[in-house]
Design a protein around this ligand. Structure first.
Ligand code: SF4
Length: 261
């Protein structure tokens, strides 16, 4: 059995075992499935990020938290990162930025987002995350099915190249999230009260209208709904999904290597 087959078998077994598990059980099982020190949580410190970070902090406050500072974040998001880190007692929040060389070469006027949003996300999010994750064998994401789009089919466990990727909140409802905010008295992202239900980069974030899905304000006017750090979802048992992840992994590595030369 190849390493890839072994990881895919683990994904199937974990999804079966976690079929009715709650978010905390998923995080605990993730920590068991990945070698010690090789599991991270990736967080945007966005409007709902506090929920997953609270669950992680209750289990292990020293779990590495990977945060991508794209260079286009709202000041409020940076402030919120610091406030929430302190509130939850997280001890290992790591911020990653795009390569200065890459920015100078590909986005010297800071207008790439308006010309080619996929390329902009590539150099400001996808490649920095690929670099950050080289230190890890598994990661946790805060995506949920109720966020709509492709996410409605989100599995609890996925294969991301050679890594395991866990979505502890996949089955969580918006009402659950609200309940957790209130029960734990979690601080809110400062922009939430100004009408932002999902917060990303300044040029690509707008208000979502009542009744819209929570991410409707992201990349408004474009067909784009994801930044690219999450591979397109396909049937977890299908070969197409794993081929797509492998191709993306190779593409990200090539990008990272190209930018280092
Ligand atoms: S969300 Fe917008 S500004 Fe941020 S990296 Fe993607 S295209 Fe660029």
């Amino acid at each position: 059995m190849t390493e890839e087959d072994a990881i895919q078998s683990s994904v199937w077994a974990l999804n079966r075992a976690l079929d009715s598990a709650g978010p905390s059980e998923v995080i605990i099982e993730a920590a068991r499935a990945v070698p010690e020190g090789r599991l991270a949580v990736v967080s945007s410190f966005g409007a709902e990020s506090a929920v997953l970070l609270k669950l992680v902090a209750d289990i292990d406050r020293s779990m590495p938290v990977v945060f991508l500072d794209t260079g286009w974040l709202f000041e409020e998001t940076i402030d919120y990162r610091d406030a929430l880190t302190s509130f939850l007692g997280l001890t290992d929040v790591r911020s990653f930025s795009p390569s200065p060389n890459s920015l100078a070469k590909r986005d010297p006027q800071r207008d790439l987002w308006s010309r080619d949003a996929d390329a902009c996300c590539g150099i400001r999010k996808v490649t920095p995350l690929a670099d950050a994750l080289t230190a890890f064998d598994g990661w946790l994401s805060g995506r949920k099915r109720y966020q709509g789009g492709d996410r409605v089919r989100l599995p609890v466990v996925e294969r991301d190249g050679r890594r395991l990727k866990f979505n502890p909140l996949a089955r969580t409802t918006q009402a659950d999230v609200e309940h957790m905010f209130e029960e734990a008295n979690l601080p809110r992202h400062p922009l939430q009260s100004k009408g932002f239900s999902s917060v990303g980069c300044i040029p690509c974030t707008s208000h979502a209208a009542t009744g819209d899905d929570p991410r409707a304000g992201r990349w408004r006017g474009l067909a784009k709904t994801e930044c690219g750090i999450h591979a397109p979802l396909a049937t977890q048992r299908g070969n197409e999904s794993t081929r797509g992840v492998d191709q993306r992994d190779r593409h990200d590595r090539r990008n990272a290597e190209a930018q280092q030369t």
